[in-house]
Design a protein around this ligand. Sequence first.
Ligand code: SF4
Length: 244
Amino acid sequence: MEKKANTDNALILQNPTSEFLFKKAIHSITPFTLLDYPDKTACILWFSGCNMKCGYCYNPEIVFGKGIISFSELFSFLKKRIGLLDAVVFSGGECLLHKDIVEVVRRVKQMGFSVKIDTNGSKPLVLEKLLTEKLIDYVAMDFKGTKEKFQNIAKLDSYERFMNCLLQLKKSSIPFEIRTTFHSELLTKADILEMQNVLENEGYTNPFYVQNFRRYQSTIEPLPDSIPLNETNLSSNMTKIIFR
Ligand code: SF4
């Protein structure tokens, strides 16, 4: 097995533009999931690093940690999954931060996998390139908060970039979903309704997924427990709010 992986790598490295294959941007790989990509079997790539620092983030070791898996190792792993998995989920951290992400996605797509991107909506130019080149099939994008509260929650002033990403997804033909983490110290029911209104005004009619914060592992900030929001009186005629 070791020998075969080396042979595969040698073939890839004959390409003089393949220096990026040695870069280690991936923190870890979940080899199989039925839960992350609707109706598809997938693996999840957890890219290290994030430009946001949401207090409720469950993945501080990914946000602050360094990558340990190279792209070369990733492609060797994926070669063995051709015919076994339908899709690859690019997650993190923020996967669109990484300099070589378009090239990596392109190669994964060339291997025959569907591609889902999980993003915090802060990299509209990268998203635009991926959409223009038709390299991605599904996007799940975070909506961190209202315009007033966005920066306080994300620790990044990128509300306008989020709106830009939303516009591009609306213009594209690919399916996508918008999702929010609810913590009662950070958002209120009125905020969720305001965010729903923003989505409706932009013509978004897919479900708006709201995930109540649950304390079951360490987070970036030591937040108090959250009072969960429930479904009553939240969905409008246009955008259904679904709790996860
Ligand atoms: S929850 Fe926030 S800090 Fe954590 S990965 Fe997502 S965007 Fe980054």
